[in-house]
Design a protein around this ligand. Structure first.
Ligand code: GTP
Ligand code: SPV
Ligand code: MN
Length: 588
């Protein structure tokens, strides 16, 4: 008798008709074999991997994707629940039966002449009861190699699945990379994703956004936990105590940088546990505990440099076990190293740009794509927390939300309680970034940084958040930050990056009850001089402005929130409507 896993593979062979099937075992030899193969293979005319300078960047490879396939495509991403209402106005919806028919016809025979990689993987550490079993098939060796870095792939996963039929199924083909034939279809009720026509990260590495957020958020809703677009960090204060935080920021708004923060403030240390996704459960003691289901980081390259994020530069050069991949960055031809804007002050003079052309330094375009990325094992990170593999996860004392806003939102404030924190998070606005295709820089509502990733109706999701607060016995404090305020000349007003440790310190002091706060219309603001600005060259008037409330701007903000809420009709919980009414009265 075949196991459910074997049956799935047989079914996939029949549908996709690959020439060969390769089942991933996760071994070191496999990494070698696949990276060698990828250096000899082409996808749509592009060599899949090129080896980079191994002295500067050990075991590192360069990948260029199709120029039409460099970011998530939200307009081609669907949540196919049995009713449209379950998916909500936050998702594109299609009837599951029709969607499956469409995908089956696109996928029929699509792996002819190709190898089908079968990837058994675990999201989360194998011993944790919170971890989940998964299988993805793909015809992209780049995706297969990326999955080996981002998740726990191979024999241990196959063994954990065993005879069970309880595993996520991910079906992926890069197809002919044609945006007209590209769809990322989610079937939460079948624990299934079908993705065709893209080889890009969030569209193709199905363990990431597709499973660990869209499908998992749906599972969490049914089962009483949360799957969130959040980092997990432990912050050690000078007294040696470690405080664990979660942090949610929309795509390309600073999660990885905060997760790997090297604090400027003396005596503080940040330990990384996750840089993109957190699964949050209520533990036996009633506290919230978080695990990171991933095992790697798929980070934004531009802006990553020794000044901004020295820990990431070390991580990228600290290769131990897994190959590191660089996608759509530029190449410095002088020494065959990857390069991107922000890696060094001086631009190297002989660069090949992300499209493979000689880079003209006079040209206004960037040499690396703004959404160019690296894929690196989290085990390479020198500041990885000792608790990273703890099956129970870590107990959370603070949740940080943030967005990218040139105006209105102060540098930091604190919610009065859980419900008002959920309200604040449900109203987050953020300027769109290059992480998703489409216009960059327009403000859209992105509640909890989950707008593109919530696998069900966001009104129900808000209620689920409120319910978690009711159920939990010890509730974390909720903070809102904005590192991205700009002045009249368009310059950032706050230095950001390593200076953000100053704000984290204030949060720890609040959690510990060591500092008071000023009540304001929107929540608690830091008292005068409560933020440690020692050694920072910043004008008092700038700090005052960063922490002030511009009522005129807030009135406009409220209008945008009302417009957003209106889309969800009765689904917006009463508690949140009440918070909005209170805010309106205070701001008027
Ligand atoms: P995803 O991987 O898309 O989810 O992104 P992310 O949230 O992890 O964002 P990341 O940390 O990679 O940062 C995205 C961009 O924002 C990079 O270009 C960073 O250099 C920039 N950035 C991060 N933190 C700060 C900050 O404090 N201030 C400023 N000005 N820029 C920042
Ligand atoms: C994001 O866009 O939030 C990312 C990159 O982290 S992706 O894997 O493409 O979703
Ligand atoms: Mn992300």
């Amino acid at each position: 008798m075949s196991t459910p896993m074997e049956l799935f593979v047989q079914e996939m062979k029949k549908l996709l008709q690959p020439d060969e099937v390769y089942v991933m075992d996760g071994s070191q030899e496999e990494a070698q074999k696949l990276t060698e193969l990828a250096q000899k293979s082409e996808i749509n005319g592009l060599t899949v991997l090129k080896k980079l300078n191994g002295e500067e960047y050990p075991n590192s490879y360069y990948h260029r994707s199709n120029t039409n396939d460099v970011a998530r495509t939200e307009h081609l991403t669907f949540v196919c629940t049995s009713t449209k209402e379950e998916a909500g106005p936050n998702n594109n919806w299609q009837d599951p039966k029709e969607a499956k028919e469409k995908m089956n016809s696109l996928m029929k025979g699509c792996m002819k002449g190709r190898t089908m990689y079968v990837i058994p993987f675990i999201m989360g550490t194998p011993k944790s009861k919170y971890s989940k079993n998964c299988i993805q098939v793909t015809d992209s060796v780049y995706v297969a190699l990326s999955m080996r870095i981002m998740t726990r792939v191979g024999k241990q996963a196959a063994e954990r699945i065993g005879n069970s039929s309880d595993f996520f199924r991910g079906i992926h083909s890069i197809g002919d990379v044609n945006p007209d034939r590209r769809f990322i279809m989610h079937f939460p009720q079948d624990n299934l994703v079908m993705s065709f026509g893209s080889g890009y990260g969030g569209n193709a590495l199905l363990g990431k956004k597709c499973y660990s957020l869209r499908i998992a958020s749906y599972l969490g809703y049914k089962e009483g936990w949360l799957a969130e677009h959040m980092i997990i960090i432990g912050v050690e204060a000078p007294d040696g105590k470690i405080t664990y935080f979660l942090g949610a920021f929309p795509s390309a708004c600073g999660k990885t940088n905060l997760a790997l923060l090297e604090p400027l403030l003396k005596g503080y240390k940040v330990f990384a546990l996750g840089d993109d996704i957190a699964w949050i459960n209520i533990g036996d003691d009633g506290q919230l505990y978080a695990i990171n289901p991933e095992a790697g980081m798929f980070g934004v390259a531009p802006g990553t440099g020794l000044n901004t994020n020295p820990t990431m530069i070390q991580t990228l050069k600290n290769n131990k076990f897994f190959p590191t991949l660089f996608t759509n960055v530029a190449i410095n031809n002088a020494d065959n190293t990857p390069w991107w804007e922000g890696l060094s002050k001086e631009k190297p003079n002989d660069l090949t740009d992300w499209q493979g052309n000689k880079y003209e330094s006079s040209c206004e375009k960037s040499a690396a794509h703004p959404n160019s990325r690296f894929t690196v094992s989290i085990y390479n990170c020198p500041t990885l927390s000792q608790e990273y593999d703890n099956p129970k996860g870590v107990p959370i004392s603070g949740i940080i939300f943030g967005g990218r806003r040139a105006s209105t939102i102060p540098l930091v404030y604190e919610a009065k309680d859980w419900n008002s924190g959920v309200f604040i998070a449900s109203t987050i606005g953020s300027e769109t970034t290059a992480a998703a295709s489409g216009q960059v820089g327009t403000v859209r509502r992105d509640p909890m940084a989950m707008l593109p990733f919530c696998g069900y109706n966001m009104g129900d999701y808000f209620q689920h958040w409120l319910n978690i607060g009711k159920k939990a016995k010890k509730i974390p404090k909720i903070f809102m930050v904005n590192w991205f305020r700009k002045d009249e000349n368009g310059n950032f007003m706050w230095p950001g990056f390593r200076d953000n440790s100053r704000i984290i310190k204030w949060m720890i002091d609040r959690i510990e009850g060591k500092t008071g706060a000023k009540e304001s219309e929107i929540g608690f603001l830091p008292e005068e001089n409560a933020i440690d600005l020692s050694g920072l060259d910043i004008k008092k008037e700038t700090v005052d402005k960063l922490l002030s409330i511009d009522k005129e701007a807030w009135r406009k903000e409220i209008v945008m929130v009302e417009e957003f809420y209106a889309k969800f009709g009765d689904k917006i919980p009463k508690e949140l409507k009440d918070c909005l009414d209170v805010l309106k009265k205070k701001i008027s």
